[in-house]
Ligand binder design. Sequence first.
Ligand SMILES: C[S@@+](CC[C@H](N)C(=O)[O-])C[C@H]1O[C@@H](n2cnc3c(N)ncnc32)[C@H](O)[C@@H]1O
Length: 396
Amino acid sequence: MYHIDIMTLFPDTVGDVLSESILGRAQERDYIRILTHQIRDYTKNKQKQVDDYPYGGGQGAILQADPLYQCWDHIRQERQCRPHTIYLSPCGKTFTQEDARRLAREYDHLILVCGHYEGIDQRFIDAYVDEEISLGDFVLTGGEIAAMAVADAVCRLIPGVLSHDACFEDESHWNGMLEYPQYSRPAQWHGMEVPKVLTCGDHKKVERWRRKQSILRTRDRRPDLYAQLDLSSKEDQKLLAEIRAEELLRPLPHPVYTVPATPELWASISWPHTDVMPPHSYLLCHGPEPAACFSLEPLEAEEDLGIQDGKWSAPERSMLLTLHGQDPALTHTDLVDKLLDRAEELARQAGSPWLRMAVSKKDKELLAHMKAVNFQYRGNLEYQGARRVAYELRLK
Ligand SMILES: C[S@@+](CC[C@H](N)C(=O)[O-])C[C@H]1O[C@@H](n2cnc3c(N)ncnc32)[C@H](O)[C@@H]1O
């Protein structure tokens, strides 16, 4: 059992907070024990006074060394050992998750000393304190909040306190990174949607997305932590390349909309595209101009394009999305994202359970993009005389 004794002028407040919820249950189950001690109970005067004026003058009062020592000595005798003693102080080293891990790993017993007023007599620190810990570069009225923070951060790392080690191993600061964003039900709230990848059911994709979000968050919010990260693995290098490519994408300034294509409209497109307009074609327009053209072909189950080295998830009818061209002036924009969104919407309106794509092997940019979106890779196929890669998206 991990044991923490807290020396304070406010034992009830501290004890109440640390007996709630997860830490309360962990104490009931004897994984940890947190006890609080009233420093005042160790004074030798009737008024139970524990503070006095500072030598040399100045503001406020100082917690005297002797009541602190008597309290500390009582704990030491009760526990029959000399527990690692920490004074919570704005002059200490700033507390980190690494400190929490160290304290959980190297000791099984801590004494946390909470100061008050203007602080505590230095002689107690010199004689009995092993380290000073600060909660940050600010000053609190007392050490209680800091002691509760340290006790909480250490205790949740003690085996048995949380249900699985993954509960803390996945969290911010465990591996030097900040945690990815988290979402819970409902999937739509105040018009905001949960990122689609989190509802696709593909754990590998979810893991990849989370790692990428952690990298981005750490880079943007904590450049100091980011500078220490080792991102040399092949997978991280791929993520970094993806981030760089995505950040080059500028959002299109105007809204986009789709119109069914006509042979006249098709012929009026000035940028390179498939010559003959395929059936079920649309133009994606940006402002008054066409920005891309695509077809959305309904396929019955038996018409499913055969994949050579894999298969579609289900032999159901689907809509087959094919990109036939896009304005090269809009290459580094979020045009493809917008096009995929519109195609999804059209397929959904048509009542299709699947949106499928056969992306040309030559279209490197679109292939790279498919990895970042919610479509699932299914294999390779031959379609309209070209080698293509098959992707599909289940429409809910
Ligand atoms: C008002 S503070 C004393 C500050 C002290 N005179 C100084 O300037 O360093 C009273 C007590 O609050 C606690 N405290 C204040 N700020 C803290 C911090 N950032 N981290 C940990 N404990 C803190 C310490 O226990 C301290 O003895």
